[in-house]
Design a protein around this ligand. Structure first.
Ligand SMILES: Nc1ncnc2c1ncn2[C@@H]1O[C@H](COP(=O)(O)OP(=O)(O)O)[C@@H](O)[C@H]1O
Ligand SMILES: [Mg+2]
Length: 380
C-alpha cells in the first residue's frame, strides 16, 4: 500500500502549518517524518488519518483517493505518544478491543493475541492493568492494539518520546521486526534525529510546512541540501565560502564567516555547482575533523588550520570539542582515546577535502560520488 499526499495545505487561524506539501511513501516502506516541535508533523499525520481536514489537497492510499472518507474507513492504524490505553481493561482486553468491536470470534482473537503477545514479551503481563505496567509495556500494548486490527498502513506519532533510551531501542527493534515481516507501510514521526537514522528506510525533513528533503538516512546525513537540514541532523559547522578557484578534482574556497578576523582558504572536493567568484555555504561534519599537535607533520593533501581549543564537553565515549579559529568556532567530535590535548592548547584542525559538502538547495554530488544508485526508494 503506498501513501501519497498531493499539495496538502492547512492553516490554523490564518497561520499556515502545511503548505502545498507533497509526499510519496512506497509500499512496505518505513518512512520517518523528522522535524522540530511545532513544525506540523502531528497535523500531517492527522490529515492522513482523516482526523484533520486539510484546506486543500488530497490523500491517496494504495492509489485510491481517501480524502472524503471518515477516519474509520481509511484502514489506518494510529499510535500516539500518550498512548491512551483503556485504564479499566487489562492488557489482553485492551489489545482485543478493536477485534471485539469488529465482532471477531473469541477463538480467533485468542489465537491472534497469542502470536503477538509472545513476540513482544507481553505474555506474562496480559492480565495486568495499565497502572501496573511500565511505560514500555503500555506502549507495546498500544502498538499491539493497533497491529492486531491489521491496518493497511501504520502511522506512529512520536510513540517513544516518553520512554527511556533502552526501552526505546528494544521497542524500536521489535517494531522494525514486525514492520519487515508484515510489510506494513509505516510513517513514523519523531523530532529525534538519532531515532530517525536508526529506523527509517527514508527520512523526510519537515520545515516551515514543507518537506525540505527526502532521502535515505545515509544520503541525508552526508548530503544535506540546506543549512536547516544540516543543522537538524547535527552538522553544526556551517562555513560561508566564496569559490576562489576550481580544478578538475578540487576547488579552493575562501572562508568568510562573520566574526572571522581574517579569511582563510580550504581545499574542497570539486562539485559542479561551484562557479568561480560565487558564494556558497558548506557544511563540515564534526566527526570528520581531527586534531593534531602543533609540531606534528600533516599530509599536504589535507586541510590544516591553526586553532585553539576553547571548550570540551563529555559525551560518553566521545568529546565534543570547540576550537576557535580566528574568531570562528568549529565543532569536532573526537573519540576519547584519541584526545590528548588540554583546553586552551593550540592545535592543528585537520580534515580532508571531502569532509565538506555544499548546501546548494539541490541534490549535489561530486562527479565521483554520482555513481548509479541501487536503492529504488531514492527515486520513488
Ligand atoms: N487544532 C489546532 N488549532 C490551532 N492550532 C493548531 C492546532 N493543531 C496544531 N496547531 C498549531 O500548528 C502548529 C503545528 O503543530 P503540530 O502539527 O502539532 O506540530 P508538531 O507535531 O510537529 O509538533 C503549531 O504551531 C500548533 O500550535
Ligand atoms: Mg506532534
Amino acid at each position: 500500500m503506498n501513501i501519497v499526499l498531493r499539495q496538502i495545505s492547512k492553516s490554523f487561524h490564518g497561520r499556515p502549518v502545511l503548505e502545498n506539501l507533497d509526499l510519496k511513501v512506497a509500499p512496505g516502506e518505513f518512512h520517518v517524518l523528522l522535524g522540530p516541535s511545532g513544525g506540523g508533523k502531528t497535523t500531517m499525520v492527522s490529515v492522513i488519518a482523516g482526523l484533520t481536514k486539510p484546506d486543500s489537497g488530497s490523500v491517496l492510499i494504495n492509489d485510491r483517493d481517501v480524502s472524503l472518507l471518515p477516519p474509520g474507513k481509511r484502514k489506518i492504524g494510529l499510535v500516539f505518544q500518550d498512548c491512551a490505553i483503556f485504564p479499566h481493561l487489562d492488557v489482553f482486553d485492551n489489545i482485543a478491543y478493536g477485534l471485539r468491536v469488529r465482532k471477531q470470534g473469541e477463538a480467533n482473537i485468542r489465537q491472534k493475541l497469542k502470536y503477538y503477545l509472545e513476540k513482544t514479551g507481553l505474555e506474562k503481563e496480559k492480565h495486568k492493568f495499565p497502572h501496573q505496567l511500565s511505560g514500555g509495556q503500555k506502549q507495546r500494548t498500544a502498538l499491539l492494539r493497533t497491529l492486531v486490527t491489521e491496518p493497511e498502513v501504520l502511522l506512529l506519532d512520536e510513540p517513544m518520546s516518553s520512554l527511556d533510551i533502552l526501552t526505546r531501542e528494544q521497542i524500536s527493534a521489535e517494531l522494525v521486526n514486525i514492520q519487515r515481516k508484515t510489510g506494513l507501510t509505516t510513517i513514523y514521526v519523531t523530532h529525534n534525529q538519532a531515532e530517525a537514522f536508526s529506523l527509517g528506510d527514508r527520512i523526510s525533513v519537515l520545515h516551515n510546512g514543507k518537506i525540505e528533503q527526502i532521502e535515505t538516512p545515509e544520503e541525508l546525513f552526508y548530503h544535506p541540501k540546506t543549512e536547516f537540514v544540516a543543522r537538524f541532523v547535527g552538522i553544526n559547522n556551517i562555513l560561508k565560502a566564496k569559490v576562489a578557484a576550481t580544478s578538475r578534482r578540487e576547488a579552493v574556497m575562501e572562508i568568510t564567516n562573520e566574526g572571522l578576523s581574517q579569511s582563510f582558504k580550504l581545499k574542497v572536493k570539486n562539485y559542479p555547482v561551484f562557479k568561480k567568484g560565487e558564494a556558497i555555504n558548506l557544511c563540515l561534519h564534526p566527526e570528520k575533523i581531527n586534531l593534531s599537535k602543533k609540531n606534528a607533520a600533516i599530509d599536504g593533501g589535507l586541510n590544516r588550520i591553526c586553532g585553539k581549543i576553547i571548550k570540551r564537553t563529555n559525551h560518553g565515549n566521545t568529546f565534543k570539542v570547540t576550537v576557535d579559529i580566528r574568531g570562528l568556532a568549529l565543532h569536532a567530535v573526537i573519540p576519547k582515546f584519541l584526545f590528548n590535548f588540554q583546553v586552551y592548547e593550540e592545535v592543528w584542525v585537520v580534515f580532508a577535502p571531502d569532509a565538506l559538502h555544499p548546501l546548494c538547495g539541490r541534490r549535489c554530488r561530486a562527479p565521483e560520488f554520482s555513481r548509479k544508485c541501487h536503492n529504488d526508494l531514492l527515486t520513488y
